[in-house]
Design a binder for this molecule. Sequence first.
Ligand code: GSH
Length: 215
Amino acid sequence: MTRPILWTSTRTSGSIVHQMAALSGLDIDIRFISLRNGEHKTPDYLAINPKGEVAALQLPDAGVTITEIPAMALWLAEAAPDSGLLPRDAVGRAKGMEWLCWCHFRMANVFFITFQAKMLADGDEAMAAALRATSKARARKVLEFADAALGRIPHGTLLGTPGITAPDIFLVALTGFASFLDFATDDLVHLSALAAKVAAHPAVAAAMAREKEIG
Ligand SMILES: N[C@@H](CCC(=O)N[C@@H](CS)C(=O)NCC(=O)O)C(=O)O
């Protein structure tokens, strides 16, 4: 193995890392596995990522795999310092990590609650419905907060950079989750503008086109 491998799966949070990897411009082997077919629970995959989740970034140095989106974003930014994934200065980089952690925490404690409601409610349908309803309202508030922040920041990007960064990719992905939660976000104009900017980036567009092909 001479280059990093990104293990991911379409239509999962792995797409976020796929887009970041594309923006890095690094030569990374992107491998798609099927969660539906349980490929993330095979002994071979568990040997790479014992958490049995995507995404996972397997480094060429034997035995090193990085997981968790902010950590993978940081590795990509360090490996590709000119990519613009994260600012190079200490304060800018810390602010970038702050937004990545904010998105990561909201993904888990707001958006994933909806997707995993039945499991979290131990199969109790009424409780699952209540969880979905509350997390839907909270998800909308999360996106409203980010939209207001974008309105105050130059260039309408989270770090005030002319180009997009890793946190922008993450935030736009959270915005995309809203379609699964069945609420509109068109009225959040700053977020919508950022989403258009991220989608139009050639590297991101190519990564998403590849995912669409795979299905
Ligand atoms: N905290 C992880 C979340 C990873 C995660 O939950 N991945 C989901 C896909 S969105 C997964 O692999 N689920 C499979 C499972 O839990 O069985 C990250 O930052 O990457």
